[in-house]
Design a protein around this ligand. Structure first.
Ligand SMILES: C[S@@+](CC[C@H](N)C(=O)[O-])C[C@H]1O[C@@H](n2cnc3c(N)ncnc32)[C@H](O)[C@@H]1O
Length: 263
């Protein structure tokens, strides 16, 4: 679109003048590109003030770099969306426009009725039934600018996931599991397993809950899952999320050491 003026400028200006205007030209081009892109739901206002949120945002930036470098396309799937903090971080990192990889869709799975009642090993002082409640209407209102690429799936995972299938082209690029309990995480992992691909990032927001006990919470659910899926997938550490989470890269065993370049 702006090539015309550049060609004219090239004819009229000498090389040193051209060199001088080049940075301004590229800056204007970048502004024009940004203005033509759809606006993204802004980050929560408190994100830079609250360390727990800042640490999570650091993770999303790192995930964006990993997915871009490896040209991983697909979707973002979040299990536990509540105040829409992490979901907005995903939109503003892996969801920014004009990147060489494309994260085309963003899924929020939540009861939108708050936490289920904690039972057995999921009981801890901080958990109560129905806490962390955010309605689906509120979620949709907050994310309205991104409605064209967002799907919310309402219901407790054990009911909602059994009836849900991911569309072709929406395989997970990043899975963010923020539902605290062993039982909830287990329901998610049982469903997501077959969809995980070479290079998918899988993050556990609540890795350090339950005193960091490997036999409870997300640590237990993931350790059981790893054993069950070991024939097809292995996992390599991606990074510690400094707010108490942990993230891994999924590796398909039959692609290890091959010349696989991506799908
Ligand atoms: C800690 S909050 C998520 C916070 C959110 N990621 C944020 O950044 O604002 C946990 C969420 O998990 C949801 N949740 C937990 N267990 C669930 C289950 N079994 N089925 C559906 N939703 C569940 C709760 O409704 C709650 O919204």
């Amino acid at each position: 679109m702006l090539n015309g003026p550049v060609t004219i400028a090239k004819r009229m200006l000498n090389p040193s003048m051209l060199r001088a205007i080049r940075p301004t030209y590229y800056r204007l081009l970048e502004v024009a590109r940004r203005l033509s892109e759809p606006a993204i739901t802004p980050l929560p206002a408190k994100v830079h003030r609250v360390p727990q949120l800042r640490f999570r945002l650091d993770f999303f930036h790192a995930a964006q770099i990993f997915l871009q470098v490896n040209r991983i396309d697909g979707s973002y799937l979040e299990f536990g969306s509540h105040e829409v903090n992490t979901f907005r971080m995903a939109l503003n990192t892996i969801g920014t426009h004009g990147r060489p990889n494309k994260i085309s869709h963003f899924y929020a799975f939540d009861s939108f009725a708050g936490m289920p009642e904690p039972t057995g090993i999921d009981k801890q002082k901080i958990w109560r039934e129905a806490m962390n409640f955010t309605s689906e209407e509120r979620f949709r209102a907050i994310t309205r600018r991104d409605a064209y690429r967002t799907t919310s799936v309402k219901g407790f995972f054990k009911d909602s996931l059994s009836q849900f299938e991911l569309r072709a082209g929406h395989l997970p690029a990043l899975v963010y599991i923020d539902c605290d309990y062993y039982e909830s995480t287990k329901d998610v992992l049982d469903w997501i397993g077959p969809y995980l691909q070479h290079g998918t990032l899988i993050a556990f927001d609540d890795w350090d809950c339950y005193f960091g006990d490997d036999a409870r919470g997300q640590r237990r659910a993931f350790s059981e899952f790893r054993a069950e899926i070991a024939e097809r997938l292995v996992f390599t550490n991606f990074m510690k999320i400094m707010s108490g989470g942990m993230a891994f890269i999924c590796i398909e065993k039959d692609k290890i050491g091959t010349a696989f370049e991506g799908t």
